[in-house]
Design a protein around this ligand. Structure first.
Ligand SMILES: Nc1ncnc2c1ncn2[C@@H]1O[C@H](COP(=O)(O)OP(=O)(O)OP(=O)(O)O)[C@@H](O)[C@H]1O
Length: 823
């Protein structure tokens, strides 16, 4: 089953340089539709691209990991190969995405998360499943392969073998048992990786790095009892960024590195293009080390994810557009991942085989007995010694000399033997000791591992419990915080309303008191006025009268003003009350409106977004159509130019080689046939090219030459042989010729062997004219053309001068007549 390369895009936040040069945002990430929208910049139209997933500058490392790399890591456990590679302009965030930092947790990139995930998976595997994890780390710097965790500065070579396939010879492979070992390994690799500062990135990677993880698992088949091995190889690739020298400000080494980087990236681009273009197309994997190493990841046996990193700033518009186009193309690559079962180069298998062999060897030399009951029964050392002793002490009838000799030899041999035995004994002891300690060590290790795993499990369980308890606590705390905040808010509003009411009440009371006081005053004043009037009526008015009247007037005026003031205050009070009521109503209404308006806004935003993306895609479709039309137009113009050239040639030939009167005759006899969508020319079947030309035959050779010169008489072009070819309306009259003319069948044998020339006469195509009758002239029985032929009149409009006896009735064709220049 083939599957497409998965492509995701991640946009980083603005960096300080972009902020300094006041760059604008030109990218919008729409996570609902998985689209990246590029706004219009400097006359470039708006563009949108869709991918498998998109991440904006707020996206978290874990989100990117969970949705992109995690599924691939899981499938490596099932025996699939996987590749995750980060692609993009320099400083776009590839290394941040791929590596990040180990602490704080939130900054861990794909490599870190992969390891924690791998060891989480291992911890959850059922009993009996064995796993082995190994890693390698290399860089491709200036087209050279370098080991990042092995001996420093060692250059490596790419090799291909039947057993291992394509591999890097001599590359270090480190076995990892715990996830946290990865940090030191990564640090070593990072220290060894080539980085350099450019204007675009203070820590720019100057090489492509590949972190290779191999996950080997073995499981026993419950039905057959056989061990099954699976190997999943995972490549985590952090590519160097594409860069423009004018932007990076690179010179010297940096510039050279940049060139090499761009070259290998363009080789990668060519591979992608070739794969996208389709079957049969040669894929240039061999053009760079990068593409050779990634051969399986692009169009091969691998599940691949490409992370395209981009900048949001219009300062990088061109680079971003190029990355997005690159990424769009990569989506079309089809891979064919398969499970790698029982591979020949499985390290785990080799390890397990070696362990079994060692165990068998131990059994073979009685290791158990040796351990339990001392060394006396070990045959390999005991038996030869016994044999030697027997040999030297065997009874016989020796002489005194021989006895002495034998005794000396025997003593010497015995000593040697003794020494040998001692040595062997020591070696054996040492071996046994080693084995014992090794087996003890392995037991201890096993116990330790089990103990560690159990502790780890317990710790994890404890951690999870703690975490969930903490989370619950945190949620509860947040909830109660929110609740108390809401309660506080409610109390505050209530308090406010209460204060408002109190103020109002106080105000009203004050106003009431004031009113009462004024009423009282008025009353008093009225009473006084009344009394005054009464008194005035009794007292004779002197000069005081005027004074009193004036005072009363002033008091009345004052009272009027006070009344007005009271009235004004009452009105104010009413107004105030009304306003308060309105404010409360408005507040309520606003509260209701806010909820519904927010919902409405959300719905409308969604609709707007949909419409917007539709608009965008239609726009880009139109743009594409324009480009297409432009291209077609150019094609058409090209074709027109070509046709014009051809037409000119034809016109030139006609004008120079066909007599003008013949041209006009042909033109007047031509009609456009709508049904056939072609020109119809009368008696076209008799035209030169439709008639078989006379082949040069030995018997006719002389005659043919004569005919050629005879037929070139028209229009003063007698000597031209080219004209012969054009003007010779030579006809061998086969049976079918008459059919071509649409006339009666003529089957006369004389006709079949005859040679006839045709030309239009002056009748302008009137078929009833006697002159228009075509006549056929047969050759003289000799078959030779008469030598006088060249002296005949021109072919064109020439009357036939064949003898009556030779003349046949020829099919009538409008205005066509045959001519012969030999009689
Ligand atoms: N998503 C992100 N969030 C926050 N910071 C980011 C993000 N992506 C990148 N950065 C920061 O931007 C800077 C450049 O990123 P990085 O080194 O990963 O770029 P690169 O694509 O690997 O560049 P080069 O190709 O030159 O090596 C770093 O300081 C990095 O921390």
């Amino acid at each position: 089953m083939s599957e497409a390369v998965k492509v995701v895009v991640r946009c980083r936040p603005f960096n300080s340089r972009e902020k300094e040069n006041a760059s604008d945002r030109c990218i919008t990430i729409d996570q609902e539709t998985n689209q990246v929208i590029m706004r219009e910049v400097d006359g470039n139209p708006m563009r949108n691209f869709a991918y498998d997933a998109v991440y904006d500058s707020e996206s978290r490392q874990t989100d990117v990991y969970e949705q992109t790399a995690k599924p691939i890591v899981n499938s490596c456990f099932d025996g699939y190969n996987g590749t995750v590679f980060c692609y993009g302009q320099t400083g776009a965030g590839k290394t941040f995405t791929m590596e990040g930092k180990e602490e704080p947790k939130e900054l861990r990139g794909i490599v870190y998360n992969t390891f924690y995930h791998i060891f989480d998976n291992i911890a959850q595997q059922p009993e009996g499943v064995q796993t082995m994890v190994t890693v390698s780390f290399l860089e491709i710097y200036n087209e050279e392969l370098r080991d990042l965790i092995g001996p420093k500065g060692q250059k490596l070579e790419l090799k291909e073998s039947k057993e291992k396939g394509l591999h890097v010879k001599g590359l270090s492979q480190v076995c990892i048992q715990e996830a946290n070992k990865i940090d030191s390994l990564l640090q070593t690799g990072k220290k060894n990786r080539t980085v350099g500062a450019t204007l675009m990135n203070a820590e720019s990677s100057r090489s492509h790095s590949i972190f290779m993880i191999s996950i080997e698992t073995s499981e026993t088949n419950t039905a057959t009892g056989e061990k099954m091995f699976r190997v999943g190889k995972l490549n985590l690739v952090d590519l160097a960024g594409s860069e423009r020298a004018d932007k990076t400000g690179a010179t010297g080494d940096r510039l050279q590195e940049g060139c090499k980087i761009n070259m290998s990236l363009s080789a990668l681009g060519n591979v992608i293009s070739a794969l996208v273009e389709g079957k049969g197309k040669h894929v240039p994997y061999r053009n760079s080390k990068l593409t050779r190493l990634l051969q399986d990841s692009l169009g091969g046996n691998t599940k691949t994810v490409m992370v395209a990193n981009i900048s949001p700033a219009d300062f990088n518009y061109d680079e971003t557009y190029s990355t997005l186009r690159y990424a769009s193309r990569a989506k079309k690559i089809q891979n064919k991942p398969i499970v790698n079962e029982d591979p020949k180069d499985a390290l785990l298998k080799k390890y397990l085989d070696t362990i079994t062999q060692l165990e068998n060897r131990l059994k073979g030399i009685g290791i158990d007995d040796a351990i339990n009951g001392g060394v006396t029964n070990i045959p390999t050392i005991q038996q030869p010694v016994a044999g030697v002793q027997q040999e030297f002490t065997s009874p016989g009838t020796p002489t005194a000399n021989t006895v002495v000799q034998q005794t000396i030899i025997s003593t010497v041999n015995e000593e040697k033997l003794h020494e040998m035995m001692k040595k062997k004994e020591e070696e054996k002891q040492q071996l046994l000791e080693d084995m014992r300690s090794k087996s003890h060590e392995s037991e201890e290790k096993l116990k330790q591992i089990i103990q560690q795993q159990t502790e780890e499990k317990e710790r994890l369980m404890e951690e999870i419990k703690q975490k969930s308890a903490e989370e619950e606590k945190e949620l509860r705390r947040q909830f109660s915080e929110k609740q108390s905040a809401a309660e506080e808010e409610r109390q505050r509003v209530e308090e406010e309303v209460k204060t408002y009411h109190e103020k109002l009440q106080k105000h009203m009371e004050e106003a009431e008191v004031e009113r009462r006081r004024k009423d009282q005053l008025m009353k008093e004043k009225e009473e006084i006025t009344k009394r005054l009037e009464e008194m005035q009526a009794q007292v004779i008015q002197g000069k005081n009268y005027e004074k009193l009247e004036e005072t009363s007037k002033r008091q009345q005026e004052k009272m009027r003003r006070q009344k007005e003031e009271l009235q004004r205050r009452r009105e104010h009070e009413v107004q105030y009350k009304k306003e308060l009521q309105d404010a409360q109503d408005e507040k309520l209404e606003l509260e209701q409106q806010y909820a519904s308006a927010q919902e409405e806004a959300e719905v409308k935003t969604k609709k707007l977004k949909k419409l917007w993306s539709k608009y965008q895609s239609s726009k880009s479709e139109i743009q594409d159509m324009h480009t297409e039309i432009q291209r077609e137009r150019e094609d058409y113009l090209y074709t027109i130019r070509q046709l014009e050239r051809e037409l000119k040639l034809k016109c030139k030939i006609i004008d120079n080689f066909i007599p003008s009167e013949e041209q006009s005759k042909i033109t007047t006899r031509s009609t456009w046939d709508e049904d056939l969508d072609d020109w119809k020319i009368q008696s076209i079947a008799a035209a030169g090219n439709n008639i078989k030309m006379a082949r040069p035959q030995s018997s006719f050779a002389g005659a043919k030459n004569s005919v050629r010169s005879a037929s070139s008489l028209g229009n003063g072009l007698r000597s031209s042989t080219k004209v012969d070819n054009i003007l010779n309306l030579e006809l061998e009259m086969p049976e079918r010729t008459t059919q071509d003319f649409g006339q009666e069948k003529q089957t006369s044998p004389t006709m079949q062997s005859s040679k006839t020339y045709f030309t239009y006469n002056a009748s302008n195509g009137n078929g009833n004219n006697n002159n228009t009758q075509k006549k056929k002239v047969t050759r003289p029985p000799s078959g030779k053309r008469p030598k006088t032929a060249s002296k005949e009149k021109p072919l064109i409009n020439t009357a036939i001068t064949a003898s009556d006896s030779q003349q046949q009735v020829y099919p009538t064709s409008r205005g066509l007549k045959s001519s012969q220049r030999f009689t």
